[in-house]
Design a protein around this ligand. Structure first.
Ligand code: FPP
Length: 248
């Protein structure tokens, strides 16, 4: 239930997706190593998850590691994997208490075996929860996601189980990593850059996009609530005119 008096509880975005950018620059400004920024970023994750659950958001997708992030120095990649694992272990109780269900999208087989195992355990342990879905995008790339969907659909056609003419948007959506999840209503990118960076390319066609200058480690409750308020001030037309929407 919404606990912030300015927020309209009837217009809460169902799905909020976030590109959590700016950890490295935040740390560099403080003359600290980049991992210091990622560590502070985990605290923002905890806070935003709590607010999202309080507000009754159904799905929160966090871009925690992109398919391109594998190109970063090994020490940073290893540090991020270990932060992720620690987060999953430490947060499990809180996820269970807060009725949060964990899910993941991405090329998960590229993740270290121990991280895959911890993820699997947390996904299983929270599977019966029916509150917020915390969906982590890990080793995720939008183009890779669409490519694997096309491959799987191609195999179905080859096996005679699907006719090419029957491929529609629903069939494609059903073969993405995100099958079963609603499309994002609001996509936030922190850190001041205005690009999508291969995030949810198919799913974001009608998402409201908010580019925030706030670095992710500083993106806490207030910034998140402001983002929801900004979303609620927008008119979503889905290709129609404003007049059409107002006359129903
Ligand atoms: C982008 O900032 C951020 C990442 C690549 C990693 C995000 C990871 C976390 C917030 C912590 C781990 C996540 C979870 C879910 C526990 P950047 O490093 O590109 O920043 P920069 O643009 O300032 O260099």
């Amino acid at each position: 239930m919404a606990q912030h008096k300015e927020i309209d509880p009837a217009r809460i975005p169902r799905h909020v997706a976030i590109v959590m950018d700016g950890n490295g620059r935040w740390a560099e400004c403080r003359h600290q190593p980049r991992l210091f920024g990622h560590r502070a970023g985990v605290e923002s994750v905890q806070e935003v998850v709590t607010v999202a659950a309080d507000l009754g958001i159904q799905v929160l997708t966090l871009y925690a590691f992109s398919s391109e992030n594998w190109k970063r120095p090994q020490a940073e990649v290893g540090g991020l994997m270990s932060l992720l694992k620690t987060f999953l272990v430490r947060e499990l109780d809180r996820m269970l208490q807060n009725n949060v269900r964990l899910s993941c999208i991405g090329d998960l087989l590229r993740l270290p075996a121990d991280v895959q195992e911890t993820l699997e355990q947390s996904i299983k342990a929270t599977a019966a929860n029916n509150g917020l879905i915390l969906n982590l995008a890990l080793s995720y790339g939008g183009r890779a996601e669409i490519t694997q969907a096309v491959q799987r659909i191609g195999r179905l056609c080859q096996a005679g189980e699907l006719r090419p003419d029957d491929i529609d948007e629903e069939v494609i959506a059903d073969h993405l990593y995100s099958a079963g999840l609603p499309d994002p209503d609001l996509l936030i990118r922190t850190g001041g850059e205005a690009r999508l960076s291969n995030f949810l390319l198919w799913q974001s066609s009608y998402a409201e996009i908010l580019f925030s200058k706030v670095m992710w480690p500083d993106f806490r409750r207030e910034a998140f609530v402001d983002a929801i308020l900004d979303f609620q001030r927008r008119e979503r037309r889905f290709g129609k005119t404003g007049a059409q929407l107002r006359t129903g």
